[in-house]
Design a protein around this ligand. Structure first.
Ligand SMILES: [Zn+2]
Length: 479
């Protein structure tokens, strides 16, 4: 069905940009379900005067792309369809669906599909073109509030070496504007993930955005070491997730071991459970271990709670109130509490009561996209992955740690066992895994100016440039 194209001149730019992007993806006749989500958001954004932060963020992200840098959107607007169409976020909040890259045909997936990224590769039934799976089912109330008047929160994560450029760009766009004091200014935040992605893109020639989210071998790293051709004993871990953001630390590896995730949406559940409080220990973990619950049915994200309460028959306003209470551990009103008790099963209520804080789904999706990209490079481009990781992370560690990393495998294992009580040693763990895959951290010859390099018989060698004050822009070059 063709939706009426709105023509209010005052609001033309944001509408026009969004509809142009929607037509490009979903065809000239934007499907009703797509247009209605877009309209719902646009109405709230325009009525409350929230247009500027979106448009400024879109210009900054565009400029960064032109300069060869990806920025990650980490803020409540991460689940906005308007933000997705403007290119500010990669997260499409629509229900899971296929869209054809050739003829723009759209096919909605069933309710049993948790994420469009889980959909198997398929060719379009109309034209034989390639279908793209997309959509994470995130309601708009989660960022605009039930009345649609919560100001947008936009945090743009930039590579360390691009931070200053991005801040200057923001300054430029802000300088001639009168800003409503109640609306937060978009923020630029430097981040390791973006610095690593920039290096991996440059070193491998593989654009992070082209990496599939449903590759079985890549996803297997989150539950097994097999694809890396190493054993759990060799690397002291039952999963292949060392060095993968938010998935490498011991407590998360335990969750992965116990739940054996197999899909993108499973990993979103893991991310939600590991960032919430009261979600895992004494809650989901117990039910999964007892066989009375699964990863999929565990309460992991705020948006999931809201959608499930609606499915249990609660009205969306009450469902939102219940969900908002898990944002800051606030009590809900007696009337809503009574409704909750009458609508949901006992196990669900019990699980809900134990939760103090639930992670937002857009944040989990954003982390998992980054995790899967890292896992892809780690599996297929080991030399480049380890070099990029050491290049960015070794600045946080002193030389003593790097010295330990230059040891042989058995010596690294021994060092790890000796210093385990001191906490988390991500570089050393990664060095152990590298050794088992036939790569070594070595001291570089003093003439090169770099202190360390990564070597391997099978893959060649790369020097690791250290970034003084996080500003280094020199790229690693293949020897
Ligand atoms: Zn098609």
């Amino acid at each position: 069905m063709m939706m009426p194209y709105p023509s209010n001149q005052d609001h033309a730019p944001i509408r026009e940009c969004c509809y142009n992007a929607a037509r490009k993806r979903y065809g000239d006749e934007v499907p009703e379900a797509v247009a209605s989500r877009l309209e719902e958001e646009l109405q709230h954004i325009l009525r409350n005067g929230f247009t500027e932060p979106y448009m400024i963020a879109a210009r900054i992200v565009d400029k960064a792309a032109a300069d060869g840098y990806m920025m990650a959107m980490r803020g409540s607007v991460g689940s906005s369809f308007v933000a997705y169409l403007l290119g500010i976020t990669e997260i499409n909040p629509l229900p899971p669906h296929y869209r054809c890259q050739e003829c723009s045909r759209i096919e909605w997936a069933g309710d049993d599909v948790a994420s469009g990224f889980d959909l198997p590769n398929l060719l379009c039934s109309a034209c034989g073109g390639e279908f793209v799976g997309d959509g994470h089912r995130i309601p708009y109330q989660m960022f605009l509030g039930v009345d649609g008047n919560t100001p947008p929160n936009i945090d743009l994560y930039a590579a360390w070496e691009y931070e200053e450029h991005a801040k200057n760009e923001l300054e430029f766009h802000m300088s001639n504007r009168v800003w409503k004091r109640t609306i937060p200014v978009p923020d630029i935040i430097p981040h390791n993930d973006e610095s690593i992605m920039k290096r991996l893109h440059a070193l491998t020639g593989v654009n992070p955005r082209s990496i599939p989210m449903n590759d079985r071998a890549v996803l297997s790293l989150f539950r097994s070491t097999d694809a890396l051709n190493v054993t759990p004993e060799q690397i002291m871990s039952e999963t292949g997730t060392y060095g993968i953001p938010e998935m490498g630390i011991g407590c998360v590896r335990d969750m992965l071991r116990l739940t054996q995730p197999a899909s993108f949406s499973d990993l979103v559940q893991i991310s939600g459970l590991s960032h919430g409080s009261g979600t895992w220990e004494g809650n989901a973990r117990e039910r999964i271990q007892a066989g009375t619950g699964t990863l999929r049915t565990s309460l992991a994200c705020r948006d999931q709670l809201m959608m499930e309460l609606i499915q249990y028959g609660m009205d969306s306003e009450s469902a939102y109130a219940v969900t908002a209470s898990k944002r800051k551990d606030l009590p809900v009103s007696e009337s809503i509490e009574a409704m909750l008790q009458s609508k949901v099963p006992a196990w669900y209520l019990e699980s809900y009561r134990k939760i103090e804080y639930l992670f937002p789904k857009w944040f989990a999706v954003s982390y998992v996209i980054s995790a899967v990209r890292n896992a892809f490079y780690k599996l297929h481009y080991p030399l480049e992955f380890y070099a990029a990781y050491f290049s960015v992370y070794s600045v946080h560690n002193d030389d003593a740690d790097m010295e330990l990393c230059t040891q042989e495998g058995d010596a690294i294992r021994k060092s790890l066992e000796e210093i385990q009580h001191e906490g988390y040693h991500p570089l050393l763990e990664l060095a152990l895994e590298m050794n088992s895959r036939g790569l070594r951290v070595k001291k570089a010859p003093s003439s090169t100016g770099d202190r360390y390099r990564i070597e391997s018989d099978a893959y060649g060698s790369l020097e690791i440039p250290f970034m003084p004050n996080q500003q280094g822009s020199r790229l690693i070059s293949r020897e």
